[in-house]
Design a protein around this ligand. Structure first.
Ligand code: ZN
Length: 305
């Protein structure tokens, strides 16, 4: 499958960009920044409930590639309330899925990246983006000044564009892996939203058929991007310095162990967990989580899952 399909409308041909991590091996190491992000419950159209837009603001930023200034949406971090994350660290918040807003995309030239990576690029990377993205890029929408909610399809499209850009600029493996992980999380969130809609009484039979189709696609893509992210992080730990995508070694070890568990790679997951449980630098919080994971691995192996 072509993971980057859908970018044709931007004028970008993703067919020759199949292997996400291919050009990375000889790359020199650079520093990464730290992570934030988040996640919501499917928005319910109840009366007094805050809207996603209540937690958003606009900020003007300058594109490091074409030098034009444009407005991007950011989350008002002080106002959001965290909920328990998924075990693989997917962050979740009340009323808003902050993950959707973690991409900056220049509407003029097409340069797109996760917020944390957006401004940081070398002159070589600027040149690569100009040649590989800007020269082909076709703006798709009117440049608007309003604060409006981004839906999952659009959010996923923005992340895929970011992934395409990361491949063109020969970004670090961890940047691409992290982008894949977040795309996978977005599909998971979309699946949750669609499943919740299916449960509703007002969901018509026609709508159910269309949701089922969307769910099939979303489930396939969720796993495909999860696999890519896993493969990428495994490569990143052998070639990059910590912090990797903002994570210290213990956090990333834990993330990889959980991902391995979710992908039914129980041996890898067990090894990761054992390392964490005997680590002298891991916090008791992460050790507790590792211990819980260990129990689940044992159960899964016992039940032959
Ligand atoms: Zn630009």
């Amino acid at each position: 499958m072509n993971l980057l399909s859908g970018l044709e409308k931007f004028g970008l041909n993703s067919k020759d960009m199949k292997d996400i991590f291919s050009e990375d091996t000889q790359e020199k190491k650079a520093k990464v920044s730290k992570k934030e992000v988040a996640k919501e419950e499917p928005p319910k159209p109840k009366k007094e409930e805050p809207k996603e837009t209540d937690f958003l603001l606009q900020k003007a930023i300058r594109c490091p590639v074409c030098d034009k200034v444009f407005k991007t949406l950011l989350v008002k971090n002080g106002r959001i309330k965290r909920k328990e994350s998924d075990r693989d660290l997917r962050p979740r918040f009340m009323y808003i899925d902050t993950l959707k807003y973690d991409i900056a995309s220049c509407p003029y030239c097409g340069y797109t990246a996760m917020n944390r990576y957006f401004e940081h690029m070398s002159t070589t990377q600027v040149k690569l983006i100009k040649e590989g993205v800007c020269m082909k890029f076709k703006p798709t929408s009117e440049i608007s000044d309003e604060i409006k909610e981004i839906d999952y399809d659009e959010a996923i499209e923005r992340y895929k564009l970011a992934l395409y850009n990361a491949m063109v600029k020969k970004g670090k493996i961890s940047e691409k892996a992290y982008t894949c992980l977040k795309i996978s999380w977005l599909y998971r969130a979309q699946i949750e939203t669609l499943e919740a809609e299916l449960e509703k009484e007002e969901c018509t039979p026609e709508r159910k058929v269309s949701i089922d189709k969307q769910l099939d696609i979303a489930r396939t893509e969720e796993i495909a991007f999860y696999n890519q992210a896993y493969e990428g992080f495994e490569k990143a730990i052998s070639s990059e310095m910590y912090p990797i995508a903002g994570m210290d070694q213990n956090t990333l070890d834990f993330l990889i162990a959980v991902m391995a568990f979710n992908l039914k790679k129980y041996e890898v997951a067990s090894r990761g967990v054992s390392r964490l449980l005997t680590s002298t630098s891991a916090s008791s919080r992460i050790k507790d989580k590792a211990f819980d994971l260990k129990e689940e691995i044992i159960n899964a192996i016992r039940n032959g899952k």
